[in-house]
Design a protein around this ligand. Structure first.
Ligand code: TYD
Length: 231
């Protein structure tokens, strides 16, 4: 089962992710950006205020593809619980904001880039903080941690949750760290007990295409000019 943690910078995701190590000692804990050479390229790009936004997107996507083949798919094939600190939704929300004005319907475009090859999470926990709190807590140390940018990122996360309500659970991350962790534990426990999305075993090659009809009415996740592989 794949659980992802999402949220703005300063939402406390990483603290929750670290605390969950004690709760699920047998789980595989992982994160994006990774610490692979692709992840290192991503961190260089994050520090570069003039990075080309499309080049940056595909650097993140390369890191994701490597993360899937090296960590996520093998762990899911072994039946492990995988908990990832950030995943595809971070790209949809953050690069969706960076690509505003560069491509049409950027959030859909970024989803469409991932759709043919990614593994859909069973559960995504969104640690909800307003952009102002996010900027205060993160200290605005890089180009992504600025108020206007994080406001756009926050709106993109809202849209993703509207499109896929069955996957997202929103947790108020302005509560005390203990209360946030309690709530997160409770949510994960409930989904683990229910056997994740598919009680009869997880197919790591599943790209979530089967759920597409759930998203009808909100577009197919494919940006203009991107060929629909099902068409
Ligand atoms: P991360 O190391 O998770 O930072 P933090 O622990 O502060 O949340 O991510 C680094 C930055 O990269 C963060 O500002 C969010 C951004 N990011 C993207 O823009 N797109 C992505 O796909 C990912 C995974 C992260």
């Amino acid at each position: 089962m794949l659980v992802t943690l999402e949220g703005l910078d300063g939402s406390g995701k990483t603290t929750v992710w670290e605390a969950l190590h004690d709760v699920y000692p047998d789980a595989v804990f992982t994160r994006e950006p990774t610490d692979s050479p692709y992840g290192e390229a991503v961190y260089r790009s994050i520090e570069d205020d003039d990075a080309d936004p499309l080049a940056e997107l595909f650097t993140f996507v390369a890191d994701h593809a490597d993360h899937l083949s090296r960590v996520v798919r093998p762990a899911l094939a072994d039946g492990d619980l995988v908990v990832s600190d950030r995943y595809v939704d971070s790209r949809c929300a953050y690069q969706g904001a960076s690509l505003e004005g560069v491509v049409d319907r950027p959030v859909e475009y970024v989803r469409g880039v991932h759709q043919p090859f990614t593994v859909q999470p069973d559960l995504t926990i969104y640690l909800d903080v307003d952009p102002e709190t996010a900027v205060d807590r993160s200290g605005a140390t890089n180009k992504f941690e600025q108020f206007q940018y994080l406001s756009a990122v926050s709106e993109n996360y809202d849209r993703l949750q509207e499109w896929m309500p069955e996957r997202f659970v929103r947790v108020d991350a302005t509560q005390s760290p203990e209360a946030v962790l309690d709530e997160v534990e409770h949510v994960i426990e409930a989904v683990v007990e229910a056997g994740g999305r598919r009680a009869a075993g997880y197919d790591p090659l599943d790209t979530g295409e089967g759920e597409r009809e759930d998203y009808q009415g909100v577009g197919d996740g494919l940006g203009e000019g991107v060929r629909d592989p099902d068409a």
